[in-house]
Design a protein around this ligand. Structure first.
Ligand code: NDP
Length: 478
């Protein structure tokens, strides 16, 4: 796979080249991608600005048809894009194909939303006037995305931005830009006018300031520390900012939980997709009477998980995506042990049939909410059990964390579920299902510092990708 930047309808070489390595096999180079220079990022923003008047005025049926075409192409190429994703990011093939299908569905959804463009009409307080509230495109949008959902996140930012009449400059993660290149090819083939969508690749720290100050809005997904920098960089120009950031999500298991449901949801939430989901369940809060039985079943679930090459049919957990993340996970586990957490399972590198970044899913016992392990996002395959007395203590522990993205509970008691749902400070709450895994037709996001500046997906996206205009019309008819 090779990839270039896409600026004003032209594929362009950059200043240097970044290679990506297959985390399932460190001897395999997956792609070579041209890094954009700063002046190329400026050119991309200029192209997006020139294309804006035409795109925002474009016929909504034509806009919708184009987005549908992109969704159709993603759907029909889901296997090949999924295979590229699995090789570059390390997600299992099933997870990667599923993510590509999700990207296609997102384009289909926003093809419909382009036609349901919001707006309201009010009678005025003053006789002879109407009030029209319309939603206009925010303008040129810079979309900056992470490596862990390299097709879904670029898709949900791009599809929503385009549907509401904005033009886009996308900067994917340098660790996994291949899917963004494929998405760009599909957008080009679908007939998107030049300049409406642009792709620039390379180091986010270098390109970030230009992409932020030169855009009308920045939709960013990544870690909370980087998100804070983006917010600071946006302040001088008051660029509108949407941040989807890290999580340290609690999953509560009550004495009255169905054990099968609780174990399945906790295991999937903690270790699924190698734990590399912002909505993963890293903190598992368990009440005293079910604790031992739950732990025994979690150990069994961990033992049964097959970690291996992302493309092997029987693999359930792929490798860690990058070498820096692999080192970060091991350092976090070592620090957790120093703090007194008991590593009951996994947490160590394992041999695979290839030279990959394989890590046995980790289960820590006897942890407390005061430990760093339970306060800072690890972003790896880890679950840490915190034993509590009852629902009230579970709620207190769940909410005692700076990050507030998602939270979940396993219980068969409706009142307990409702009490938790109301008390949780997270932006997403789940009952008897993992804290990870979201629908595209409803708003998604966390509360600060897990999220900032409005929700993504569903109709929530209109809030960020449009600006409200309130018009008073004196028509003179009494
Ligand atoms: P990073 O924050 O490291 O990077 C995210 C993107 O920002 C990358 O494209 C990166 O570029 C770019 N970037 C880096 N520095 C800057 C800067 N100073 N200014 C502007 N852009 C910059 O996150 P990761 O890629 O490591 O992704 C993992 C993180 O993403 C986790 O914390 C996870 O929780 C979070 N996440 C949140 C989600 C949510 O919806 N809440 C969903 C998915 C992930 P480069 O290519 O150089 O790395």
């Amino acid at each position: 796979m090779t990839g270039q930047n896409y600026i004003d309808g032209q594929w362009r070489k950059g200043g240097s080249v970044t290679e990506t390595i297959n985390p399932s096999d460190l001897n395999e180079t997956v792609g070579r991608y041209a890094d954009a220079t700063l002046s190329m990022a400026e050119e991309a923003l200029d192209a997006a600005r020139r294309a804006l008047p035409g795109w925002r005025a474009s016929n909504i049926q034509a806009r919708s048809d184009l987005l549908r075409k992109v969704g159709d192409a993603l759907m029909s190429e889901a296997q090949s894009i999924g295979a590229l994703l699995a090789r570059e990011e390390g997600k299992t093939l099933a997870e990667a194909v599923g993510e590509t299908v999700r990207a296609a569905q997102v384009f289909h959804y926003y093809a419909g939303e382009a036609l349901r463009h919001p707006g309201q009409w009010y009678p005025s307080l003053r006789d002879g006037l109407n009030v029209v509230v319309s939603y206009e495109p925010v303008g040129v949008v810079s979309a900056i995305t992470p490596w862990n959902f390299p097709i879904a996140i670029p898709a949900w930012k791009t599809a929503a931005a385009l549907a509401y009449g904005n033009t886009v400059v996308l900067k994917p993660s340098e660790f996994a830009p291949g899917c963004a290149v494929r998405l760009t090819e599909i957008l080009e083939q679908a007939g998107l006018p030049k300049g409406v969508f642009n792709l620039v690749m390379g180091d986010g720290r270098a390109l970030g300031p230009t992409l932020i100050s030169g855009a009308d809005a920045v939709s960013f997904t990544g870690s909370t520390p980087t998100g804070r920098k983006v917010l600071e960089q946006a302040a001088p120009t008051m660029t509108k900012v949407q941040l989807e950031l890290g999580g340290k999500n609690p999953f509560v298991v009550l004495d009255d939980a169905d054990l099968d449901t609780a174990v399945s949801a906790a295991a999937q939430g903690a270790w699924g997709q190698t734990g590399q989901r912002c909505t993963g369940s890293e903190r598992i809060i368990v009440t005293r009477r079910i604790h031992d039985a739950f732990v025994e079943r979690m150990m069994q679930a961990a033992r049964e998980l097959r970690v291996g090459h992302a493309l092997d049919a029987d693999t359930q957990i792929g490798p860690v995506a990058t070498q820096p993340q692999f080192a970060k996970n091991l350092a976090a586990f070592a620090s957790a042990r120093e703090e007194g957490a008991e590593l009951a399972f996994g947490g160590t590198p394992i041999e695979g049939r290839t030279d990959g970044l394989y890590l046995a899913p980790a289960l820590f016992l006897n942890t407390s909410n005061a430990m760093r392990l339970n306060r800072e996002e690890v972003f790896g395959p880890v679950g840490a059990i915190i034993k509590v007395e009852d629902l009230d203590e579970a709620i207190a522990v769940a909410n005692d964390c700076e990050l507030a993205l998602s939270s979940g509970i396993a219980t068969t008691n409706l009142s307990h579920a409702e009490k938790f749902r109301r008390a949780s400070k997270a932006g997403v709450v789940t009952v008897n299902t993992p804290t990870a895994g979201v629908d595209y037709h409803v708003p998604f996001g966390g509360r600060p510092p897990s999220g900032f500046g409005g929700r993504e997906q569903g109709q929530g996206a209109a809030e960020f990708f449009t600006e409200i205009k309130t018009s008073y019309v004196n028509h003179g008819v009494m």
